[in-house]
Design a protein around this ligand. Structure first.
Ligand SMILES: *Cc1c(COP(=O)(O)O)cnc(C)c1O
Length: 391
């Protein structure tokens, strides 16, 4: 096969060009304009919530969420270690300290260990959760819905309530995923905790080139964060600022792309699901690896597909597999390196990390673009099986 099959590329089959041209024609290219409002309204309606704030990136949305939780220098914030580092960096923007938590088999945060940390390592005092050894306040937990797979929000919300933790959902990979039953039936990723963050970076399920969005449970709090995202401007004409703000607002050009992408979101999810099911069929008799499932009783967006290359494959080096597949025209990628092992984060608490270490060594992502053809999927599955079973 001569064609190179990429891991995940954007899809602009809809009104993208039309809306971007329109924004250009009107001259509204910056942080004001009708497409921004339109995108916020579309998202709010889709997610069944009153308010969404379009931001410059998912990272900036997460930073605003931490501000919303009142995270200050010296506070602690519980974060996953198996995630993209952007979920953690904003904690340091606030000069707060991350506490790294393990994942369970869903690759999302392990609620049992979260509970154990709160119970054994912390005490409740004056309405705060205090880390015993350091005396620091543990203010919030950031939960990532990895690859579009919903975290165990039932358990996590219960723990957060019990221990007075604010919950930030990093739903940057999970726009469109929701619970089909249970306590949070019908609730979308990003709309369950105190705040939710979305990303529209190039490889996310919808893209604005770069961009993000913020949601929150309390309308006034979200409105205040929107104000902070636009340089904390208190007057439309005069330069009056009563707080320190940020330049975190999305531009109208980005939002024009976003409106077109939102129109296609459900179609993207439909294709991702259909393609996942085909892969599932092709991998039924696969022995060297296992296609990771998504949580039961959820409608996931199927954003990224992941294979667990099985542990008894001692001679199998993921790097070799990735290089071999690359030669065959297939782009694959290992899951992230653990954040607590990265240079800026080695000094912070990493709480009983076990499963995250295991999965960080053996999880492989493989092509999942919405435009991938059925023939390409068959080729990818065949070559993955060949390459990993050959050793
Ligand atoms: C993409 C991503 C982010 C950051 O979003 P940007 O829009 O790139 O800033 C944060 N967390 C996770 C888990 C992500 O995958």
């Amino acid at each position: 096969m001569e064609k190179y099959i990429p891991l995940s590329i954007p899809n602009f089959e809809g009104n993208e060009k039309k809306y971007v041209d329109d924004a250009l024609q009107l001259g509204w290219v910056s942080t004001g304009g009708a497409y921004i409002t339109k995108l916020e309204e579309m998202m709010a309606e889709y997610l069944h919530i009153p308010q969404v704030v379009a931001c410059q990136s998912g990272t900036s949305a997460l930073h605003l969420a931490l501000l919303g939780c009142g995270v200050e220098p010296g506070d602690m914030v519980i974060v996953p270690t198996l995630t993209f580092i952007a979920a953690v960096n904003p904690v340091r923007y606030q000069f707060a300290e991350p506490v790294f938590m393990d994942c369970d088999d869903s690759l999302c945060m392990d609620p049992q260990k979260l509970r154990q940390f709160c119970e054994k390592e912390c005490v409740r005092s004056d309405g705060y959760l205090i880390h015993k050894a350091s005396g620091k306040k543990v203010k919030a937990v950031i939960v990532v819905h990895v690859f579009g797979n919903l975290a165990d929000m039932d358990a996590i919300m219960e723990i957060a309530k019990e221990y007075q933790l604010k919950v930030i959902e990093d739903a940057t990979e999970a726009l469109g995923s929701y619970f089909e039953s249970g306590k949070y039936q019908g609730r979308f990723a990003g709309t369950i905790g105190d705040f939710g963050a979305y990303s529209f970076n190039g490889n996310k399920i919808i893209t604005t080139g770069g961009g993000g969005a913020l949601t929150g449970r309390k309308k006034e709090e979200v409105a205040h964060l929107k104000y902070l995202s636009t340089q904390a401007k208190d007057d439309p004409h005069y330069y009056i600022h009563n707080e320190i703000g940020y330049n975190y607002r999305m531009t109208n050009l980005q939002a024009a792309l976003g409106v077109a992408q939102m129109e296609e979101l459900e179609e993207f999810i439909r294709r991702k699901r259909e393609n996942y099911l085909l892969y599932q069929k092709l991998f039924t008799e696969y022995t060297a690896g296992k296609l990771l499932p998504f949580r039961e009783h959820t409608r996931t967006n199927h954003w990224f597909y992941a294979l667990e290359i099985l542990k008894d494959q001692k001679n199998l080096n993921l790097r070799d597999v990735i290089m071999e597949l690359d030669k065959l025209g297939i782009q694959t990628r290992p899951i992230w390196g653990l954040v607590h092992e990265q240079k800026p984060y080695q000094e912070y608490i990493a709480y009983q990390i076990e499963k995250a270490s295991y999965y960080s060594r053996c999880v492989l992502n493989f092509p999942c673009s919405t435009q991938i053809t059925k023939d390409e999927i068959r080729y990818v599955a065949e070559k993955i099986i060949e390459v990993t079973e050959a050793v």
